[in-house]
Design a binder for this molecule. Structure first.
Ligand SMILES: *[C@@H]1O[C@H](CO)[C@@H](O)[C@H](O)[C@H]1NC(C)=O
Ligand SMILES: *[C@@H]1O[C@H](CO)[C@@H](O)[C@H](O)[C@H]1NC(C)=O
Length: 225
């Protein structure tokens, strides 16, 4: 257990130390707790008056030790702690997620437009992978067991799948942005509002328009809270 804690600490220190080359801009002060009530629009949030900052601005009672409901269609549930949940993350270029997987559940192919992700398995087994950009589209994939670590490079399409039919899985992930963003590929393509023309998608996916219409009629549930 102690070695796991040290390991996680090392992961977070490494991410914090790499800020200068992370995608979020480096901070110009110790902290800049997000003032979400400010009418001023900037890239991120303006800083709350430091005189009014307290320890609670850097704290979130998130109960990340508690299992989440994974009864949804894809059988996974992402609990993300980004700047919206923890104002003290503003300008610090980092966020944290717990991901629960039902037996045979998955976190479907998605990308984080603003973050690299490093993930460790806390319980169970996960088949994970990412695909490189065009033209190669190479799949790098691996089966992870408890304690194993994998990294998903910024912006690339990736997934995690629990291949075990009778046991749930749990992962903890750190992301190199205060607001990594998530684009679930199927949801964005087939579940956009309003829908993308089926002429466009039939050609793109090389299927009949009826297949696209069927896909567009499905309920594309968001597994990211
Ligand atoms: C994720 O889990 C929480 C708490 O168990 C639940 O309120 C939420 O609806 C779940 N989300 C999905 C997409 O299943
Ligand atoms: C893509 O594939 C080509 C041909 O196999 C190879 O020469 C090139 O190094 C690959 N590029 C990357 C980024 O892997």
């Amino acid at each position: 257990m102690a070695s796991t804690s040290y390991f996680l600490l090392a992961v977070f220190l490494a991410l914090v130390a790499s800020q200068a080359i992370a995608s979020d801009p480096s901070p110009l002060q110790d902290f800049c707790v997000a003032d979400k009530d400010s009418p001023v629009k900037v890239n991120g949030f303006v800083c709350k008056d430091p005189m009014h900052v307290t320890a609670d601005d850097f704290f979130k009672a998130a109960e990340l030790d508690k299992p989440r409901n994974t009864k949804g269609k894809v059988g996974s549930n992402v609990t993300l702690i980004n700047v919206m949940q923890l104002a003290g993350l503003n300008t610090l270029g980092i966020s944290l997620a717990r991901i629960d997987y039902a037996p045979l559940g998955e976190n479907p192919p998605h990308t984080h437009p603003r973050a690299t992700e490093i993930l460790t398995v806390l319980e169970g087994t996960l088949y994970v992978g990412f695909v490189t950009s065009n033209p190669n589209n190479t799949l790098f994939a691996k089966v992870l067991n408890k304690g194993d670590v994998f990294v998903f490079p910024e912006g690339l399409i990736h997934f995690q799948f629990n291949p075990v039919h009778d046991k749930p899985a749990v992962a903890l992930a750190a992301l190199s942005s205060q607001n990594p963003g998530a684009i679930t590929i199927a949801n964005a393509v087939f579940g956009s509002k309003p829908p993308i023309s089926d002429d466009v998608l039939a050609k793109a996916f090389q299927v009949e328009k009826g297949t696209i219409d069927w896909l567009q009629a499905q309920f594309w549930e968001n597994n990211h809270n």
